[in-house]
Design a protein around this ligand. Structure first.
Ligand code: G
Ligand code: G
Ligand code: NA
Ligand code: MN
Length: 252
C-alpha cells in the first residue's frame, strides 16, 4: 500500500507536525489547555488524516515511536510557552491504546517531564474507554502512578463505547470529554443525554468537556447545563504551533 510505504520513513524525514486546539472554560472564556493534534503532510500523498494513518501506525508497530515523538515534541512546546510567561499552561496529548499498553509507558512519560523540567500539571493524557477497560486493574495501576505525579487523565470520545456508565465508576480519571456526536445531536431532546452525562460527571467529581462545539446556541445550552469546558470550531480551529503564542496572548 502506498500510504504504508510512505508512513514507514515519514518520522525520519520530518514530515509530522503538531497542531493545537484550545479547550475553553465556558464561564470565563479562558484557555484551560491545548489539545495536541498530529498532522502529516506527505510530499507524495499530500495531507493524510490521523484517522487514516494512526490505525496503520498501530498495525505496523510504528505508533510507539511516533507516540513518543508526539509526547516529547508537545513537552518541548509547552515548556517554551510556560517559560514565555504562560506559567500554568497545560497540553493534552492523545494516547493510543498500543502506546498505553507498553510496560514502560509511565517511565517514558516521567522521563520526558524530567527532560523538560515540567511538573505533571503541564500534561493531560487523553485515553479512550476501550484502551482502559481491556485490563481494568492494570490500567488503574498506571493511571494512579501518572496521577500521583500530577498528570491529569481525560476520557476521550465519552459516550461512544458500549459500557460507559458501568465502567466510569471504576476508572481513575479526571476529565470526561463528551463526544462531539452528542453535541451535534443536542437540538431538542438530544440535550437530555448531555445533561445526564454532565450531572453524572459532577456526581463523580469529574470535569466535563464538550467536544465539537460549532454554534453559539450549543455554547449557550452547554453553559446552562453547567458543562465547564468547551472545544470546537466555534472557538478556534486547530492551529500550528507557530500560531499559539499569539493565541495565548489574545486570550489573557
Ligand atoms: O485532528 P483530527 O480530527 O483529524 O483527528 C482524528 C483522530 O486522530 C482523532 O480521533 C484524534 O484523537 C486522533 N489523533 C490526533 N492526534 C493524535 C495523536 O497524536 N496520537 C493519537 N494516538 N491519536 C491522535
Ligand atoms: O477523537 P478526538 O476527540 O481526539 O478528535 C479530535 C478531532 O476533532 C480533531 O481532529 C479536530 O480537528 C476535530 N474537531 C475539533 N473541533 C471540531 C468541531 O468543532 N467540529 C468538528 N467536526 N470536528 C472538530
Ligand atoms: Na482527543
Ligand atoms: Mn474526542
Amino acid at each position: 500500500l502506498k500510504i504504508e510505504a510512505q508512513l514507514l520513513g515519514a518520522l525520519e524525514r520530518g514530515e509530522f507536525q503538531l497542531h493545537y486546539q484550545p479547550l475553553i472554560e465556558l464561564k470565563s472564556g479562558r484557555i484551560h489547555s491545548l489539545e495536541c493534534l498530529l498532522r502529516w503532510v506527505s510530499p507524495v500523498l499530500g495531507a493524510v488524516s490521523p484517522a487514516t494513518f494512526i490505525p496503520l501506525a498501530e498495525e505496523r508497530g510504528l505508533i510507539v515511536e511516533l507516540g513518543s515523538w508526539v509526547l516529547r515534541q508537545a513537552a518541548e512546546h509547552v515548556s517554551t510557552w510556560r517559560d514565555a510567561g504562560h506559567t500554568q499552561l497545560c497540553v493534552s496529548v492523545n494516547i493510543s491504546p498500543v502506546q498505553f499498553e507498553q510496560p514502560d509507558f509511565v517511565a517514558l512519560v516521567e522521563s520526558i517531564l524530567g527532560e523538560y523540567h515540567l511538573p505533571g500539571q503541564a500534561l493531560l493524557l487523553e485515553l479512550t474507554e476501550g484502551s482502559l477497560i481491556k485490563d481494568l486493574a492494570a490500567s488503574n495501576v498506571k493511571l494512579a502512578q501518572l496521577r500521583a505525579r500530577g498528570i491529569r487523565i481525560g476520557l476521550d470520545d465519552f459516550g461512544t463505547g458500549f459500557s460507559s456508565l458501568s465502567y466510569l465508576r471504576q476508572l481513575q480519571v479526571d476529565i470526561l470529554k463528551i463526544d462531539r456526536s452528542f453535541i451535534s445531536a443536542m437540538e431538542g431532546e438530544g440535550s437530555a443525554f448531555v445533561q445526564m452525562i454532565v450531572q453524572l460527571a459532577q456526581h463523580l467529581g469529574l470535569t466535563t468537556v464538550a467536544e465539537g462545539i460549532e454554534t453559539h446556541s450549543q455554547r449557550v445550552v452547554l453553559t446552562a447545563l453547567n458543562c465547564e469546558i468547551g472545544q470546537g470550531y466555534l472557538f478556534c480551529r486547530p492551529q500550528p504551533a507557530d500560531a499559539i503564542p499569539f493565541l495565548l496572548r489574545s486570550h489573557q
